[in-house]
Design a protein around this ligand. Structure first.
Ligand code: NAG
Ligand code: NAG
Ligand code: NAG
Length: 169
């Protein structure tokens, strides 16, 4: 438990340091789902839909939980996911949990392996922070595919987007 919390704290600290790390592909946020790298830009807005989530109720490894994400444009699902970017739903009980508002979007490069992630952070009423971290994988032949990897440590939810729009262009 204490170890997991320190992982969350470390992640939050690394997010703060994003603009100074020099490892991997650095991408400066230019919008709610776009960023500018040294040699081009990433813009996920072609994936966004208006009125729902582009990736809705994706099962993870942790049934009965399912995950929804929409880049750029907020969506509303259930009572607790109001104008959010990421939503967690218990598919058995129909409880919904906000995993991040679009405005909290941040592009983060992992110092260990250079992965680029789009991250959202939200503080709960209980003072616990939840982070949603979406690894961006460039594949020119894939329109858009989201894998939900579930809650990989306390307060930390991992995803992987494989998409042509995750490519620097
Ligand atoms: C989404 O649709 C609503 C209702 O049609 C509209 O008012 C709003 O401007 C749209 N938002 C975006 C970002 O396109
Ligand atoms: C969620 O629940 C609905 C309705 O009970 C069911 O049809 C659907 O298959 C469930 N999805 C997952 C991923 O468990
Ligand atoms: C930009 O640089 C990255 C990392 O060096 C590389 O993977 C990518 O292909 C480059 N993109 C363009 C459009 O040159």
């Amino acid at each position: 438990m204490a170890r997991d919390m320190s992982i969350v704290v470390a992640v939050v600290m690394m997010m703060v340091m994003t603009t100074t790390t020099t490892l991997g592909l650095k991408c400066q946020k230019t919008g709610l789902c776009s960023c500018k790298a040294e040699n081009g830009t990433i813009d996920l807005s072609p994936l966004a839909v208006n009125g729902s989530a582009r990736f809705k109720d994706q099962p993870g490894p942790d049934a009965p939980y399912v995950y929804s994400w929409n880049p750029c444009i907020p969506f509303t699902e259930g009572g607790s996911c109001n104008e959010v970017a990421v939503c967690l739903k218990n598919n058995d009980t129909n409880d919904y949990y906000n995993l991040g508002f679009p405005s909290s979007a941040n592009f983060f490069t992992w110092p260990d392996d250079g992965r680029l992630s789009l991250q959202y952070m939200v503080g709960g009423g209980d003072g616990n922070i939840k982070v949603s971290s979406i690894d961006l994988v460039c594949n020119p032949r894939e329109e858009g595919k989201l894998e939900a990897h579930g809650k990989t440590s306390v307060g930390f939810y991992s995803f992987q987007l494989t998409s042509r729009y995750a490519c620097v262009r």
